[in-house]
Design a protein around this ligand. Sequence first.
Ligand code: SF4
Length: 63
Amino acid sequence: MKIHIDTNVCTGHGVCEGIRPDIFEVGDDGIVHLVSEDFTEDDRQDLEDAVDQCPTQALRLEG
Ligand code: SF4
């Protein structure tokens, strides 16, 4: 399972960070970055929520 971030459309709202700050962090550049890629199936629901709630559809869950 991987998270793909479309950095061209992320506007740094931080909705994803609000859901899982241990995975997502909006950087000084105003774009979200992955803090950790160390997630498992237990994290799938949170990641799906982040994908669904991202206002610009910048996130995609792969696998
Ligand atoms: S919710 Fe979407 S637009 Fe907002 S920081 Fe996360 S990836 Fe970027």
